[in-house]
Write a protein that binds this ligand. Structure first.
Ligand code: NAP
Length: 294
């Protein structure tokens, strides 16, 4: 059994990106620039954006944050997005979610220019992903692909079972794992809350990707001997003995499941560290004009 070390992979990939940025600078090419739009004062969103900005610094990207109060109107926010769309200095940007209730998230996402949509949430990027065309893949599924690639895990012809069908994780990773590509070429089963006899499916998986947000939901009996288990779940559980006041739990009972696996991601330290790296990779692609040529 091998524990997939997301921290190590993230650090290796960031090192490679930093090297590329240094070469770009030497050759007089544009240094990638990622922007984040942050609305309101949601503590978790503030932390996520701060971590993204910190990661940009680590690899030598430029970054900028556009902050607005909760009271910003939808129209004003859409105007800001249009301005950033037209700002040639900014290669890619994200709108940190969630947004205040009065702002329609879909309208905002649809307003982002697809060539700058490094979160990969715009329907054009989702459509391109489904058609196996160049696109920005959303950060979490992209991070999972990078882990599978790094550990050279065989995927062709395998049965991949995904639990959870959210737009940001379960649904895109199910499509990606079924594409004619590496990683991919799996036979995929997508499970959700209406699936009956869930363990009948999970226990047949060669590759099990779990993203449902229910701590320690998957136990040893639900997993096949030799399976690859990717645990996306990340839930804060109160723990007064910890300085932070909480511990992070995945969707998999690690101690029970790990001995049966060929590979498994821990929580924390598995998929989590890859998410920001994936966003940086998309920003680098944007600066290279690799996905969209204009
Ligand atoms: P979500 O939008 O809440 O979706 C959860 C999915 O799980 C839904 O499709 C739901 O089915 C399904 N589900 C719920 N209970 C189930 C059950 N008993 N059996 C089978 N399926 C069930 O969650 P998400 O945004 O994808 O996030 C999932 C987890 O991943 C969360 O813990 C989140 O914090 C974590 N996450 C981690 C990262 C990271 O970077 N590590 C990134 C994103 C998310 P229905 O569709 O039928 O309701």
């Amino acid at each position: 059994m091998e524990i997939i070390n997301g921290k190590t992979v993230a650090s290796v990939l960031k090192g490679k990106m930093a090297e590329e940025v240094a070469i770009r600078k030497t050759n007089g090419l544009k240094v990638p620039h990622l922007s984040a739009i942050l609305v309101g004062h949601n503590g978790a969103s503030e932390t996520y954006v701060a971590n993204k900005i910190k990661a940009c610094k680590e690899v030598g990207f430029f970054s900028s944050t556009f902050r607005y109060p909760d009271s910003i109107t939808e129209e004003d926010l859409l105007n800001v997005i249009n301005q950033i769309n037209e700002n040639d200095d900014i290669d890619g940007f994200i709108v940190q979610l969630p947004l205040p209730k009065l702002i329609a998230e879909n309208k905002v996402i649809n307003a982002i220019k697809p060539s700058k949509d490094v979160d990969g949430f715009h329907p054009e990027n989702t459509g391109r992903m489904i058609k196996n065309l160049p696109c920005y893949i959303a950060a979490t599924p992209y991070g999972i692909l990078k882990l599978i690639e790094y550990y050279k895990i065989e995927t062709k012809g395998k049965h991949c079972v995904v639990v959870g069908r959210s737009n940001i994780v379960g649904s895109p990773i199910s499509i990606l794992m079924s594409r004619d590509n590496y990683p991919g070429n799996c036979t995929v089963t997508l499970c959700h809350s209406k699936t009956q006899n869930l363990s009948e499916y999970t226990s047949k998986a060669d590759i099990l990707i779990v993203a449902l947000g229910k701590p320690e939901f998957v136990n040893g009996d639900m997993v096949k001997e030799g399976a690859v288990v990717i645990d996306v779940g990340l839930t804060r559980i109160e723990d007064k003995t910890k300085k932070s006041g909480f511990v992070l739990k995945g969707d998999v009972m690690f101690d029970e499941v790990a001995p049966k696996c060929s590979f498994i991601t821990p929580v924390p330290g598995g998929v989590g560290p890859m998410t920001i790296v994936a966003l940086l990779e998309n920003t680098l692609k944007a600066a290279r004009r690799e996905v969209y040529n204009s």
